[in-house]
Design a protein around this ligand. Structure first.
Ligand SMILES: Cc1ncc(COP(=O)(O)O)c(C=O)c1O
Length: 405
């Protein structure tokens, strides 16, 4: 999945442009920077590549979610519906703006089950936040329809699905706003960084200001900028943007390699009829960072994970059900609403209520799911060998469990 696998001279050149001037900040110092505006250039490239009207770079994907939520006006008293399977950043961002994350079940798309979203809507619901996990995408037609019907905002957390598309449009550009992460293990990386994308000028202006202490950025003198609202510092540096600029120029190549490697690995695993694959609402839009597959039961899946480990094949295969970062089951800090800052008691109670619900439907999916990360560096032979060894391991476990001979 990560662009860091194909890191090289292009990134070095862009970073050196910045180092040569010594202007590491994205704003100001117009003369001294000698025409280098890496963050601005990357924002333009993002708009062009993904088909978004506006893009605001920030310091991380988490900062992008926080910025987008604030720009959308989400805060005290609001509920944001999000999936039980995501990365901790999704609920961290919701909590950081003072809203309540309402976690609901995922289905075999590995993201929001539209029926679960419908059932979770209350008068306090303000936003639905699909998280396009593991390179795929949510059922956006269904979610857009729900948001229209109930007049809700749609914020796409597309941090893990850079380059995925849904019916011809890039994920992250379909809702009211969308976010990317450019951290070190994303499809393209800035080392650390993120972006808010939107087609709404007002949201863009708010994102631009919020991520830089509320500056209105109307003049050339930062000291004279006005502050129409309170903001924070979520700025990206020119050094990080420079890395991203080199990476976005190679993004099409990264995606093509991922898709080719994913197709080949899938064709090998397809030999086993007991393996089923994650449902992708628009298969032609899969960014293919992961191949996610299911086995018939939790017991079989756990036994396969154990066997893959014994065979030295586990690296790159993720069993999210036991993962501390990605699934509700292990988020005790959230379930107990443990924060360093004091929460209003009503908020604490609401967070605990929302996160201690029954997620049996999600458990039934995640307990049988394995995601295999797709490397950009694999050769065809390596993929075939890896796939065949995985197939052998799975067949052995199935036979031991009496599922097939
Ligand atoms: C779904 C999702 N949302 C948000 C983030 C946060 O991105 P960052 O690490 O850039 O803060 C991540 C990072 O892994 C993620 O996977």
């Amino acid at each position: 999945m990560p662009g860091f696998e194909l890191f090289g001279g292009e990134e070095r050149k862009e970073v050196n442009d910045v180092l040569d001037t010594g202007i590491l900040m994205r704003y100001g110092f117009d003369a001294a920077r000698k025409g280098n505006w890496k963050a601005k250039e990357l924002e333009t490239a993002i708009c062009q590549f993904f088909g978004s009207k506006y893009a605001q770079l920030v310091s991380s994907g988490t900062a992008a979610l926080t910025t987008a939520l604030s720009a959308l006006g989400i805060g005290y008293g609001d509920e944001v519906i999000m999936p039980s399977f995501t990365f901790v950043a999704s609920f961290e961002a919701v909590l950081s703006v003072g809203a309540i994350p309402v976690l609901v079940d995922v289905d075999d798309t590995l993201t929001l089950n539209p029926e679960a979203v419908r059932n979770a809507i209350t008068p306090k619901t303000k936003c639905v936040m699909p998280v396009h996990m593991c390179g795929g995408m949510a059922d956006l037609d269904a979610l857009v329809a729900i948001c229209k019907e109930h007049r809700l905002l749609l914020l796409e957390d597309a941090c893990q699905s850079i380059g995925a598309s849904y019916k011809g449009r890039q994920v992250g550009t379909i809702g009211d706003a969308g976010t990317f992460s450019f951290d070190f293990v994303k499809t393209m990386t800035c080392a650390e960084g993120g972006a808010v994308m939107t087609n709404n000028e007002d949201l863009f202006i708010k994102s631009d200001g919020l991520s830089d202490h509320g500056h209105d950025h109307k003049g050339v003198d930062r000291g004279a900028d006005l502050h129409p609202f309170i903001g924070y510092n979520y700025r990206i540096s020119e050094l990080h943007a420079a890395v991203g600029l080199a990476q976005i120029r190679k993004l099409r190549q990264f995606l093509d390699i991922q898709q080719r490697n994913h197709t080949l690995l899938k064709s090998v695993l397809q030999q086993v009829p007991e393996i089923t694959f994650r449902r992708i609402p628009d298969p032609s839009g899969d960014s293919c960072t992961f191949l996610s597959w299911f086995l018939p039961t939790e017991a079989i899946t756990r036994a396969v994970i154990t066997d893959l480990k014994e065979q030295g094949l586990l690296a790159g295969n993720f069993y999210w059900f036991d993962n501390n970062w990605h699934y509700i089951r292990k988020w005790d800090h959230l379930k107990n609403a443990v924060t360093l800052n004091a929460l209003h008691p009503d908020m604490k109670a609401a967070v605990m209520q929302q996160t201690n619900k029954n997620f049996a439907a999600s458990d039934a999916i995640l307990s049988r799911c394995v995601s295999t990360a797709i490397s950009l560096l694999w050769t065809e032979e390596q993929i075939k060998e890896k796939g065949e060894r995985m197939v052998q391991s799975i067949r052995k476990v199935l036979a031991q469990q009496g599922v097939s001979a």
